[in-house]
Design a protein. Structure first.
Length: 354
């Protein structure tokens, strides 16, 4: 029985190797699931035909003896932003694709406005026996403490959405934060005129010198250092994320000096859009992040002009598959896997997929 199970897994591995795709992609083709490009599907099917491969149902059942246990540690979606629903969907899709090969994926959520919840969930994970971990290192100090313990236990881990380069992760899958900020500045360069004011808005309760929002701001400012322009760049950090607090801080910032363009460094751009609409300031150009329902609503109304999106659903999916491929087949995983940077407008949002 053991030989039967191993033969099935080796067969799928060989198909994946020849097609230069992941095990999960082969599994999706074998089970006629969506999420595979037609050209890739045809290539995999041709290799399956050449190998005369026949999926063994009994081997699938044998594989379900829980060969591999993975943990996920990500923020819970909240009433303030539904961003983390997208990576969660990708994680669940990947988990479904490899379930038949005896892989379990257990998901732990923390509150992105409360670092103590991150530490509590991390400690729960360390008490159990997991072979790999996927996490969003939103809180740097707490993430470094957690990943140090993971390294001591020889548990590989993958980062999504933001990176800590010194932590020793197997891979980082997500946006190039610096480059996305640089791109935002480049976009604004086509909108801004001489003498105008640009306001950078960071909305987060946790904001230190290494926070991922500030990495975007660094890229933004680097663009104008490389391409000097006669404009004024200001910023405001908003550390209370409820609408009332955001409204109050924006009112204070805009009352001092009117601005012409606002760049919001995360997915909370709809909160700023709401304020601009209510205050009769929708003429101010607005740029922010992420393909969320609330952001699209303001994009359709032209309150938001551009959304920068970097495939969060794919980040979650690729993160799980990176751990799976590494742990089951000793695959070499790229240390940095940057997501493409997409620019979404009112004209093209209907054709965009996370």
């Amino acid at each position: 029985m053991k030989d039967t199970k191993e033969a099935a897994l080796v067969g799928v591995k060989e198909i994946a190797r020849r097609a230069n795709v992941s095990i999960g992609t082969v599994d999706r083709v074998l089970n006629n699931r969506t999420g595979v490009a037609e050209k890739t599907r045809e290539k995999v099917l041709e290799i399956i035909k050449d190998l005369d491969y026949q999926p063994n149902i009994m081997a699938r059942r044998l594989a379900s003896k829980r060969l591999l246990h993975l943990a996920v540690l990500i923020p819970a979606a909240s009433g303030e932003t539904g961003y983390w629903n997208a990576p969660l969907n990708g994680i669940r899709q990947a988990a479904a694709a490899i379930r038949d090969f005896g892989v379990t994926v257990e998901i732990y959520f923390f509150d992105q406005n409360d670092k103590t919840t991150f530490t509590a969930r991390a400690n729960e994970i360390l008490k159990k026996e997991y072979q790999g971990i996927l996490l969003a290192p939103m809180f740097e100090e707490e993430s470094l403490s957690f990943t140090k313990k993971c390294r001591a236990k020889k548990i590989p881990f993958v980062f999504i959405n933001s990176d800590i380069e010194t932590a020793g992760s197997l891979s980082y899958i997500g946006p190039d934060l610096y480059q996305s900020g640089y791109l935002a500045a480049h976009l604004i360069s086509y909108l801004v005129r001489e003498g105008q004011q640009v306001l950078i808005v960071n909305i987060s309760r946790e904001m230190d010198l290494h926070h991922h929002l500030l990495r975007k701001e660094e890229g933004f400012r680097a663009y104008y250092k490389a391409h000097p322009a006669d404009i004024q760049i200001r910023k405001t950090d908003i550390r209370q994320t409820d609408y009332k607090s955001v409204k109050s801080k924006l009112h204070k910032a805009l009352s001092k000096t009117p601005v012409d363009i606002i760049f919001v460094t995360n997915s909370r751009v709809a909160t700023v859009g709401r304020y601009l609409e209510e205050a009769g300031l929708a003429h101010i150009k607005l740029i922010g992040y992420d393909f969320l329902a609330e952001n699209i609503d303001y994009l359709k109304k032209s309150v938001i002009d551009f959304l920068i999106c970097q495939k969060p659903q794919e980040q979650g999916h690729k993160g799980i598959m990176a751990l799976y491929d590494h742990l089951t087949h000793a695959a070499v995983i790229e240390r940095q896997q940057y997501m493409p940077i997409d620019i979404i407008t009112r004209e093209n949002y209907l054709n965009y997929r996370n």
